[in-house]
Design a protein around this ligand. Structure first.
Ligand code: THU
Length: 184
């Protein structure tokens, strides 16, 4: 176990109506072990309050979704290294491919508020569909850009999963230093 880590993978109470997990008053958090020692070393630690605040912000945000085409409303929230929470919802378009996912909308809010040095501690995703919903591949790449140690919370089959982004996106695309302008 890591220093300061809460070993319990258990129930956290959800206090207010409107942000339950599928009608349940508690949220079962399934916390998988860190993937490797090196990831564990840098892995973020979340408190139950962090989880509750993230889940509340994500579920509240999904009511703001603009999803007339898929009818799937998605809400996302992010916790930044500065300790602030920002939220976003999916925004669809008649030209379907232009649709924006909730995770990227929330990240854009965080960058707009904190600037280019914004770093992610955690991202939570909630949706109007019952059952599991995992962040899409494009959003995984964007989450990684702002926090390689970020934790991602999303509904699994049996409860809320909390998974490091590097586990959701192994062998991720990264630019080499040499490929960046001005780095040669
Ligand atoms: N969507 C998200 O907002 N996040 C994801 O990670 C997966 C998909 C949205 C995009 C679109 O508006 C709707 O869900 C159906 O794909």
């Amino acid at each position: 176990m890591l220093p300061g880590e809460d070993a319990r993978a258990g129930e956290i109470p959800l206090m207010r109506r409107g942000w339950e997990f599928e009608g349940r008053k508690t949220l079962r958090v399934c916390r998988p072990r860190p993937v490797s020692k090196s990831q564990g070393k840098f892995a973020m630690q979340l408190t139950d309050k962090n989880r509750q605040d993230l889940w509340k912000a994500a579920t509240q945000a999904l009511s703001q979704a603009y999803a007339p085409y898929s009818r799937l409303r998605v809400g996302a929230s992010v916790l930044t290294a500065n300790g602030h929470i920002y939220a976003g919802a999916n925004v669809e378009n008649a030209s379907y491919g232009l649709s924006l996912c909730a995770e990227r909308a929330a990240i854009a809010q965080a960058v707009a508020a904190e600037g280019p040095s914004m770093r992610l501690k955690a991202v939570a995703v909630a949706s109007s569909q019952p059952g599991a919903l995992t962040p899409c591949g494009a959003c995984r790449q964007v989450i990684l850009e702002f926090g390689s140690a970020a934790l991602v919370l999303f509904p699994g089959e049996e409860g809320l999963l909390e998974v490091p982004i590097t586990e959701l996106l192994p062998h991720a695309f990264r630019l080499s230093k040499e490929a960046l302008p001005g780095e040669k």
